[in-house]
Write a protein that binds this ligand. Sequence first.
Ligand SMILES: [Zn+2]
Ligand SMILES: [Zn+2]
Length: 131
Amino acid sequence: MSSTVQGLPPNYRTVLDVVEEAGPGGHLTAQEIWVRARALQPRIGFATVHRGLIRLHELGAVMKIDVSGEASAVYEPAASPHAHFRCTGCGAISDLEYAVPAQTVRRLAERHGVAIEREAVTFTGRCANCG
Ligand SMILES: [Zn+2]
Ligand SMILES: [Zn+2]
C-alpha cells in the first residue's frame, strides 16, 4: 500500500478496498461502490462514499473517469494511464491501451502556458457486440 493513503479514515479505507477489489478496468459508479461498501460496513452512507472518492482521487489512489453522455463518473484503482472506450449502443466502458505521449503533453503545456496534471481520454463508438 502506498504511503499517501496511510492515515485514511476507516470508511475511506473501505471505499478504497472496494475499488481495489474491483481491479483496474472495474469502472464502478459511486452508487455501485456504495452498494459494495455497505456489504463490508453496513452503516456507511452515500455521502461518505462520495467524499471518500473525492479524497482518494486527490491522493492519486483512485482514477476517476468522467464519461461524456453519462450522468455519473466511474472509478477504478490508479493504474498506468490508459484511455477509455464507451459504446453508444449498450453503454459499456472498456479500457484501451493508449496514453498521450509525455512529449506531447509537455509541448501542449508549454504552448498554452498551463500546468497539466491529469489526462482523461475517452473514445466513443460501437463495441464488438453492438457492431
Ligand atoms: Zn479504465
Ligand atoms: Zn455495445
